[in-house]
Ligand binder design. Structure first.
Ligand SMILES: [Fe+2]
Length: 458
């Protein structure tokens, strides 16, 4: 009788256990499900220093062992000089070779925009500096001369609460150089927003070199009637080392840092095979010495590979024009922005997985005012290995001549940033299979792709 009672009791418990397990499952799913954040509010960073004091200070690599210091003063009489040294307050070197400019944009008149190149500088060294002979002292650290080197990557920044969160996360862990694949201020012709952006990023961009390329939000072109040329604000405020790299345009350039050759391309200037950009790229890639710079990275605004619904196919013409050049040059990684999400592709060439093609990554997730690109194409392409519409930033640590570690950090909230994706990758030029024949063909034209070492998985 007792055992019958127990059986009956057990039978009553079964649905309770079943529903408890079901409830637990749903709670766990709810706990891991990530709620997509809305766009952040724009932060307007005001000017609160005297007119002669520097504002919007940022630095960029300017050829071997040199750094370009850029800043703006409302006072037009301030000279374009930078005093600097290795000890705070003791400036035993100065540069008076600076240049300055101003620009007009409809009724807007810019402040005096200073650019001063300083050096030669020692590698991996902290320098203290003062701009224009007045105001606060700033400091920066030069990149190392050897591996390892760590890059931070965030595109489509803007100046919102999410941007502030991203940059705070970037700054939590030390890095050497920030790479920005376009869309900086989101001023979109409202020129004072370039000034607020410059002030917004100063505390980071005055400490580490910020190397940028331009996006659609930098174009700011109007009909010729108004005589406003494209990229007016971008080209006057964010001068990059184009002259140092033999380019005739600030919209595309290259530079070497610690064994890495970085090529910045322009999505919104001509890129066809008869264009100046194409010709420059061809010459630049031919000159790469893989013994000196074993790693080659390319950065462009509009992604050539993209499975997001947003901006679908926009990079296709440029991919068709230039992908061959990058493939033949054994470029290791192509970073892009524009799509407000994160996506990592396999090594790829001509829309097919290829162990000797570059790995493509989209990092347009910096925190801009337009919000996230939430919709991805379905079904998922086998070339797309990780994709997520969240704000965040990436880190590329190049450990040595042959190996690098990529991590992507999603901004969970204002206090934490988690590693959501990571991969080790091997240098293509160190891959004997890729060095033998780029097209995976032997002398008789036979396909050798099965003999090539896969170098993504370690
Ligand atoms: Fe864009």
């Amino acid at each position: 009788m007792k055992s019958l009672y127990c059986s009956h009791e057990l039978l009553q418990l079964i649905p309770i256990i079943f529903f408890s397990i079901l409830l637990l499952h749903f709670q766990q799913v709810a706990a891991v499900e990530y709620v997509r954040p809305p766009p952040g509010k724009i932060i307007s960073t005001s000017h609160n220093r005297p007119d002669s004091h520097p504002q919007q200070v940022h630095i960029s690599i300017a050829g071997n062992d040199h750094m370009r210091i850029s800043w703006i003063t409302n006072d037009k009489s301030v000279p374009s000089v930078v005093e600097y040294g290795k000890v705070s307050g003791k400036y035993n070197a100065s540069s008076s070779t600076g240049e300055h400019t101003t620009y007009r944009y409809f009724f807007y008149n810019s402040g005096k925009i200073h650019h001063v190149k300083i050096g030669p500088l020692d590698s991996n060294t902290v320098y203290y500096y003062r701009c224009g002979g007045v105001g606060d002292e700033f400091s920066f650290r030069t990149p190392p001369s050897k591996f390892p080197i760590e890059f931070a990557l965030a595109g489509d920044l803007g100046q919102t609460e999410w941007t502030a969160s991203t940059l705070a996360h970037v700054n939590k862990t030390d890095y050497d150089v920030l790479l920005l694949p376009g869309d900086l201020s989101y001023a979109d012709s409202q020129q004072p927003l370039w000034d607020t952006f410059g002030r917004f990023v100063e505390k980071y961009a005055s400490k580490r070199p910020w190397m940028v390329t331009q996006g659609n939000h930098e174009v700011e072109a109007f009909l010729p009637l108004f005589k406003i040329e494209s990229f007016k604000a971008y080209n006057t405020r964010w001068i990059m080392p184009y002259q140092e790299s033999g380019s005739h345009s600030n919209l595309y350039y290259s530079f070497d840092v610690s064994g890495v050759h970085i090529v910045m391309l322009g999505s919104y200037t001509e890129f066809g095979i008869s264009s100046p950009q194409y010709e420059w790229l061809q010459n630049d890639l031919v000159k790469i010495n893989r013994k000196k710079t074993p790693w080659v990275i390319t950065i462009v605004h509009v992604p050539w590979y993209n499975t997001n619904i947003a901006h679908q196919g926009e990079g296709e013409k440029m991919r068709i024009a230039m992908e061959d050049l990058l493939y033949k040059a054994k470029v290791d990684i192509v970073f892009a922005g524009h799509v407000h999400a994160y996506e990592r592709f396999a090594r790829v060439y001509d829309n097919q997985a290829n162990p000797c093609g570059p790995m493509h990554l989209t990092v347009g997730d910096g925190g801009n005012r337009e919000g996230l690109a939430l919709m991805f194409k379905k079904p998922t392409s086998p070339l797309s290995l990780f994709r997520e519409a969240s704000f965040g930033h990436g880190r590329l640590r190049i450990v040595n001549q042959t190996h690098a570690h990529w991590t992507w950090h999603r901004n969970n909230d204002d206090h934490n940033s988690s590693v959501s994706d990571e991969v080790w990758l091997a240098n293509i030029s160190a891959n004997e299979g890729c060095n033998k024949k780029l097209a995976f063909q032997d002398d008789d034209g036979e396909d050798m792709s099965n003999n090539v070492i896969m170098n993504d998985e370690l």
